[in-house]
Write a protein that binds this ligand. Structure first.
Ligand SMILES: Nc1ncnc2c1ncn2[C@@H]1O[C@H](COP(=O)(O)OP(=O)(O)OP(=O)(O)O)[C@@H](O)[C@H]1O
Ligand code: SF4
Ligand SMILES: [Mg+2]
Length: 343
């Protein structure tokens, strides 16, 4: 399969002087045609900043790209002509934003907002563009699309609004879609419906899909591969099955225990979730050695001194932990960071 998107060693900072926050510290991932990559991590780990840098919409300043590479179908995008980047956005790569409600304009109908793209990018008449908007609403399974195209965002439920956002992002038929927390504000049933829809659309269109989430439960079934982010780095990368059964990084294991799991009746029934002890580090003062060491029950002296690189463990499974082989071998039999800390 051809590589659609290749991100390598991406480094981004925010701020100046002693306040400088190293937000991305060498992020790399790739997405092939027709494939789904989930990017998982706690709040502030750099998931959205990575996506914004890929899309060429990073808030800069205050953000600063200080190194790395973003290639789309082999073409380097960092440093590319802004006009070229603008053209690629929408046509080749599109993004659904974390905040669907504020991404829609409340004073225009949903149909108008979708049709605008056909008018301005495709030069269509208002009538043809509206007809295409109806087709798009149909494609994202909005019932009675002919009527709903005339309605305003506030007349749509949360789930329908998210569908409208998806329709808008797919209007120009992009090859890559980045969905930033597309289901966060929705209830569990609607979350599953939106995930299924994204998955179907990906399959129908042969599109590459990047699903950003802090909730592994939501993406486990649709992701081909999962990249786990911590403090602006990828700390683990593998397929969903391996990640569940044999996580190589203690942070991954902690994340799995801190989010509800659809396949775990205890959690589904409302059992209390167990957040990972401690907080993510300040990005202006990332700890020496392994950035996770202050929160890791397995930390040894070497973890305080040496940064563990992201290493290949076999079959495309990579983890950035000095003891990853041991953790993979032990699978989920060993206690998690939560259990070790709480005794
Ligand atoms: N415009 C900005 N100015 C200053 N700092 C920023 C800006 N945008 C992001 N950051 C910082 O970059 C870091 C990573 O932010 P990012 O939005 O990528 O996190 P995230 O992983 O998407 O988190 P969340 O799950 O909350 O969306 C955060 O510490 C954030 O404060
Ligand atoms: S390198 Fe050390 S501190 Fe970091 S995750 Fe592995 S065991 Fe924990
Ligand atoms: Mg985000």
């Amino acid at each position: 399969m051809a590589a659609l998107l290749e991100v390598e060693d991406l480094r981004v900072e925010f701020g100046r002087g002693p306040e400088t926050a190293s937000v991305l510290n060498g992020v790399g991932y790739h997405v092939d045609e027709g494939e789904t990559l989930a990017v998982l991590g706690e709040s502030g780990s750099g998931k959205s900043v990575t996506a914004q840098t890929v899309m060429g919409i990073l808030d800069a300043p205050p953000g600063r790209i200080i190194g790395g590479s973003v290639r789309f179908r082999g073409e380097e995008l960092l440093g590319a002509d802004p006009e070229r980047r603008r053209l690629l956005r929408g046509e080749s790569m599109a993004m659904i934003f974390q905040d669907a409600l504020s991404a829609l304009n409340p004073v225009y109908t949903v149909g108008f907002q979708i049709a605008e793209q056909f008018r301005f990018r495709r030069g269509m008449s208002r009538k043809d563009a509206t007809a295409r908007a109806v087709e798009m609403l149909d494609q994202v399974r909005i019932p009675n699309a002919k009527q709903r195209v005339k309605e305003y965002p506030h007349q749509f439920s949360g789930g329908m609004r998210q569908r409208a956002m998806i329709a808008m992002s797919l209007a120009l038929d992009p090859e890559l879609l980045i969905a930033d927390e597309p289901t966060t504000a929705l209830d569990v049933t609607v979350q599953a419906q939106i995930m299924d829809l994204l998955d179907e659309l990906r399959r129908e269109r042969g599109m590459g899909l990047v699903l950003i989430t802090h909730d592994l439960g939501v993406v486990a079934e649709v992701a081909d591969r999962i990249a786990v982010m911590y403090a602006g780095r990828i700390v683990e990368h593998t397929d969903a099955e391996t990640l569940y059964a044999r996580p190589g990084h203690p942070y991954t294991r902690g994340l799995m225990d801190s989010v509800p799991r659809v396949d775990d009746p205890g959690h589904a029934a409302g059992a209390p979730l167990r957040p990972i002890p401690g907080l993510p580090p300040s990005l202006a003062a990332i700890p020496n050695g392994c950035p996770f060491h202050p929160r890791c029950a397995y930390a040894q002296d070497v973890c305080v001194d040496d940064v563990p690189p992201l290493r290949e463990l076999g079959d495309g499974h990579q983890a950035a932990c000095h003891f990853a082989e041991r953790f993979v071998a032990e699978g989920t039999d060993r206690p998690t960071t939560h259990e070790v800390v709480s005794g």
